[in-house]
Ligand binder design. Structure first.
Ligand code: ASP
Length: 359
């Protein structure tokens, strides 16, 4: 396994300090640290924008008060899901090819070793809460489509149109630009531009063409929980379910070890059971950072036989029970980050690029 782990990946950079101050999370003085048990309560999300930060603060409020990891994770995930500006998760997410927003989400509670998930759920802003209901109130793990909606209805979730104006306009442009040989004309704002100009005219300002969020937490009792929630790949085929609601693919939690989650091209994540793989790697003694990188290398080792030039777009995150962190992307120009809330404050953790040559 080719892993080049620089020392700096093991450190947390304190956001806003601007002094180059680094903190090793598991060495932090922590008032919640229980003698001999080494519990470091924390919450992380793969989202690194302002909403990600707000989500971390909302989740931390619960952890700080001695609440459960499950409650903290749900609160944080909901914060991101209801943000209308975020085009990758929940309300405001980019729709499928038909212009319909179909949401996927999964939830796992390490303490009870239970899981719940929903796929292709329409009209409900907070699919993670529906996934939690599946986990806690049924003997099933995954509900999809109409059945998931009926289940949500039964629990009193409010039905709303999830397609914001912003998302509708992006979808409409996508349709208009699909082919010069269909009956959709050249979009008015693109008339007179070359194909290349037209692409760059539209797409740089779309915040998240893809995207998902993972939220993982450890509470003061050392219990681990996680959630993955998404509107899935934008313009996906109607009815497509990604990795996010598949336990072991988009999310896995083991109360004895830690948790892992995935974002990016879900098809590869499903085939590789990536989150389960990361947790198994941590069980073997790999750090969360190494486990994220191991999983990305595992995917490419398989693809190499089929297409040596194919590097799917994926970002993995992981935590272990000691409070160590991990985050890695398949490729990219900038090192990936994730948002972290621990006792000493909000921080951003910087991970690694597994295949920097794959730009
Ligand atoms: N993993 C998500 C999916 O395949 C999409 C993403 O994270 O970009 O549905």
């Amino acid at each position: 396994m080719k892993n080049s782990i620089s020392r700096r990946n093991f450190f947390l950079k304190t956001a806003g300090a601007g002094t180059g101050l680094f903190i090793f999370p598991s060495l932090l003085g922590n008032p919640f640290q229980k003698a001999g048990r080494g519990i470091t309560p924390l919450i992380i999300t793969s989202h690194t924008n302002e909403t990600g930060k707000n989500a971390m603060e909302a989740g931390w409020e619960i952890l700080k008060a001695g609440g459960t990891a499950v409650d903290a994770v749900e609160k944080a995930a909901n914060t991101i899901e209801v943000d209308p500006e975020d085009t990758s998760v929940g309300y405001g997410g980019l729709p499928n090819e038909k212009g319909v927003v179909q949401l996927d989400s999964s939830f796992m509670d390490g303490k009870t070793y239970s899981a719940g998930a929903v796929g292709c759920l329409e009209n409900i802003k907070t699919p993670s809460s529906v996934a939690r209901k599946v986990m806690e109130h049924t003997d099933h793990v995954l509900l999809v489509g109409q059945g998931a909606l009926e289940f949500a209805r039964a629990w009193g979730f409010k039905e709303e149109n999830l397609l914001t104006e912003k998302a509708r306009k992006i979808w409409l442009r996508w349709k208009e630009e699909l082919s010069p040989n269909d009956d959709w004309g050249v979009p008015e704002h693109l008339q007179g531009l070359t194909e290349k100009e037209a692409y760059w005219h539209d797409f740089p300002d779309i915040e998240n063409h893809y995207g998902t969020t993972n939220v993982l937490a450890i509470d003061v009792n050392g219990n681990v929980a996680g959630c993955t929630t998404t509107s899935g790949l934008s313009f996906k085929l109607n009815g497509r379910v990604g990795d996010s609601p598949i336990i072991g693919a988009g999310l896995y939690v083991d109360n004895e070890i830690g948790a892992a989650g995935a974002t990016g091209r879900g098809e590869d994540v499903i085939k590789s059971c990536a989150s389960y793989y990361m947790v198994l790697k941590m069980k073997e003694g790999r750090t969360p950072q190494q486990a994220c990188e191991d999983a990305l290398h595992m995917i490419i080792d398989r693809y190499r036989k089929v297409n040596p030039r194919f590097f799917p777009s994926e970002k993995f995150v992981a935590i272990n029970k000691a409070g160590d962190l991990g985050c890695a992307t398949m490729k990219g120009k900038r090192n990936p980050q994730m948002s972290v809330r621990i006792e000493s404050g909000f921080t951003k953790y910087e991970g690694t690029i597994a295949f920097p040559e794959a730009l």
